[in-house]
Design a binder for this molecule. Structure first.
Ligand code: ADP
Length: 460
């Protein structure tokens, strides 16, 4: 391939900033592997009125192209349509969605403006890889700006059932734009099937035998590329000084009690109240574990989710307060709930210290925490993963204890089972899970997506 790789994502890992997230590293690697390219996205800056056009920075072989948002764009496009309409609907929470025409107008305008900025510096043999729900209209807008080269799209969150997607007043526009891409990638087979069914039922698409989807005059492919982590890097992180120090600090408090850990962004998709209830229920049912187990939940709020977060925060405070009041003793606190974030290395150390990781979203695209927990364990004494059947990761981590997060009694049983599981079974389950985490790691994800995009047939 001669062309450059151009990545467009809402947020980018800016030059000089540490690339903490696995995704940021993976995309930087993808650019490096192709011998260079451009990473285009929002600078993270919000300016009162005027924006400054694209600012370019070079780092090694990568050119970073950063665009700002105005306050009005940030409010309408980002906080509004992306976070208050698309995020809830795609996570099956239509009850929390705000359908505001002005927000959609801002979303459309930012997608258009960003597509035009991008179109200024792409060359005919480049390939463009657009990421996530912030840029659903980027396909249509790039084509409208005259771009005819290859474009791929990857959705990091779930694609809901067609009936749920159709609750968005602009669903036809969004879906038609997705059909402007040559390849659309999803986290799970269920997401891919939902998208295909939507196209057939709503846009009269034809599914051809070779896997191509024909919609009006466009043909595209839709496939599953489950995102992974870098297990070696996480294992290294779990042995770092910071990991040891974090585990040491926590270990001094929990002493020799078994530790159950949950790590999430504070979000209503993560099932946090249900998880606390399940832990409380397990204590109700198993007096023999009183004083012997502690649950640590780390869940920092995101700045953007202020409204939804306040209710959730109150709910969690109440639940943790009640359970601790019922069961805590002079020398034991059943639930520790920390609304702050920790570094990757520190988290890896805490995962390793834990007997059980509890990852029970009500609905989630993949959930990388589940894979990170597995990767941080040691082979001779691994912890057990309790995983929601509605996390994308459940398709691959079938040796986890899979639960329906709405079923509090079953979740309580699973936590109990995790805490009492014999070593032999823990090792067996972990080996099964780590194999999948290794086989389909983050490198596999980006390589398989890009190979499929390279192979996509671009109409002459
Ligand atoms: P989401 O994308 O919805 O946040 P993921 O489970 O895929 O869910 O998490 C994304 C990344 O954010 C993971 O790499 C995870 O380690 C990190 N992360 C999640 N919660 C925290 C936290 N409380 N502190 C630090 N990092 C976190």
């Amino acid at each position: 391939m001669t062309g450059r790789l151009i990545i467009a994502s809402n947020r980018i890992a800016a030059p000089g900033a540490p690339r903490a997230g696995g995704l940021a590293v993976a995309l930087a690697d993808a650019l490096a592997e192709r011998g260079g390219g451009v990473w285009f996205g929002w600078s993270g800056e919000v300016l009162e009125r005027e924006t400054r056009g694209v600012r370019l920075f070079a780092e090694n072989n990568i050119d970073f192209a950063l665009a700002d948002l105005t306050q009005a764009e940030y409010d309408g496009y980002y906080l509004g349509y992306a976070n208050r309409a698309l995020w809830p609907v795609f996570h099956y929470r239509t009850d929390l969605a705000h359908f505001d025409e002005a927000d959609f107008a801002a979303y459309e305008a930012v997608n258009r403006r960003f597509a035009r900025l991008l179109a200024q510096f792409i060359r005919p043999d480049d390939i463009v890889w657009v990421h996530d729900y912030h840029f659903l209209l980027m396909g249509a807008e790039l084509r409208a700006s005259g771009w005819e080269g290859r474009i791929g799209f990857f959705l990091h969150i779930p694609f809901p059932a067609p009936e749920v997607f159709a609750s968005l007043p602009q669903h036809h526009r969004l879906a038609r734009s997705l059909c402007s891409f040559d390849l659309v990638g999803f986290q799970t087979e269920r997401d891919t099937a939902n998208f295909r069914r939507y196209l057939v039922e709503q846009l009269g698409a034809q599914l051809l035998d070779d896997g191509t989807i024909q919609v009006a005059d466009r043909s595209l492919r839709a496939d599953t590329f489950s995102i992974g982590v870098d297990p070696d890097d996480i294992a290294r992180a779990a042995e770092s000084d910071e990991a040891r120090s974090a585990a040491g600090r926590l270990g001094r408090i929990t002493e020799n009690r078994a530790l159950v850990i949950g790590v999430d962004r504070m979000d209503y998709s993560k099932g946090l109240p249900q998880r606390m209830e399940a832990f409380g229920r397990m204590l109700d049912d198993h007096a023999e574990l009183h004083g012997g187990v502690s649950f640590l939940q780390i869940a920092p709020p995101s700045r953007e989710a202020v409204d939804a977060y306040q209710d959730l925060r109150q709910q969690l405070d109440q639940l943790a307060g009640r359970i601790n009041a019922d069961y805590a003793d002079l020398d034991w606190m059943p639930i520790r709930y920390l609304a702050r974030s920790y570094s990757r290395d520190a988290l890896a150390g805490l995962y390793r210290l834990s007997r059980a990781g509890i990852v029970t979203p009500l609905y989630d695209g993949m959930n990388l925490v589940a894979k990170e927990f597995v990767a941080a364990q040691t082979a001779d004494d691994p912890g057990v993963l309790v995983l929601s059947e509605f996390a994308g990761a459940a398709d691959q981590l079938t040796a986890a204890l899979l639960v329906n997060p709405h079923d509090i009694a079953a979740s309580a049983d699973a936590i109990y089972r995790a805490l009492t599981m014999p070593l032999e079974e823990r090792v067996e389950r972990w080996q099964d899970m780590i194999r999948s985490v290794r086989d389909q790691d983050i490198g596999w994800w980006r390589r398989s997506f890009l190979a499929a995009l390279d192979a996509a047939v671009v109409p002459a």
